[in-house]
Write a new protein. Sequence first.
Length: 363
Amino acid sequence: MDAEARWRILRLHVEDQIPLAAVARESGVPARTLASWLARYRKAGAAGLDVSYRSDIGQRRTSPEPIRLVEGLALSRSRPSIATLHRLVTERAIGHGVPAPSYSTVRRIVGGLDPAMVTLAIDGPTSYRDKHELVLRRRATRPNQVWQADHTMLDIIIGGADGKPDRPWLTVILDDYSRAICGYMVFSGAPSAMNTALALRQAIWLKPDPAWAMCGVPDVLHVDHGSDFISHHLEHATRDLHVRIIHSTVGRPQGRGKVERFFGTINTELLATLPGHLAAGAESVPTLRLPELDQAVRVFIGSYNGRSHREIKTSPHDAWIGDGWLPRLPDSLEALDGLLLTVPTSRVVQRDAVHFLCHTSVR
């Protein structure tokens, strides 16, 4: 396998932020091999992926076999001490008639191992994922490069359409770079592909409120493995919009940590102030209806987008606007509806009485 082929595989982790373990499963390349490639890439860039690349340039040469033996033992779960490593490799070198490396050389080889590769080999993939995966720690470099989408059941009881108490859901579309909320939907019942499509429709298209400037088509959409996120409906729509969907590892919100934190913010800052909030030891009386809760969430999102964010030191709105740029938009709202909202009967889903999304004229 040449350097270019290695990079095509490794870039799924480096650029697309797919966990290394997932890349190993899909590509068939062992996770330890991928970790070695990653270590070489971090040290020397793309040149490090070439088979002729040498990591010991400018250093005293050591025969390849003792180096491989040192690295193999140092990456074993029963990792021996440096002194034991030196003794074992010396015995092996003498047996093969090659020069034995010095104690300092063995120590240098062990010290030069990439920490991520050591963690993967000794502590296993779970520890590696927690310590070294890029997805939770890496911020997109520009607006609309990466969006995160997720649902949560809200900690509030409202009056349902049938008059019975109902616990609603919230879908949120968040821009990774700016932390801006680009779209949302409050609804009753379990999450569905259509609810997700409605939230995406609002996130992508121009809003009637000029203060809510976020719009456009993202390059990447981080989602989980919920049935709505893996539906053929959403898959076809995002494919035609040229959006790449990345699914996080099952049971772990990698790539969606920021939207998870927003859910915590809306629960503590908004829902706790509303009647019907589910608080420990308190009786929840369903007072609000879905349209009233939707309006409260909309006002809160406007406030959230406009206030300074602790991590990025500016407001999500200002971070998304930046120095001014043109987002990628569909040709028309009708074209967007045709992709996102068309159901098998070839009809287009219209707005309900909540007026959560509204048809705006094409500018």
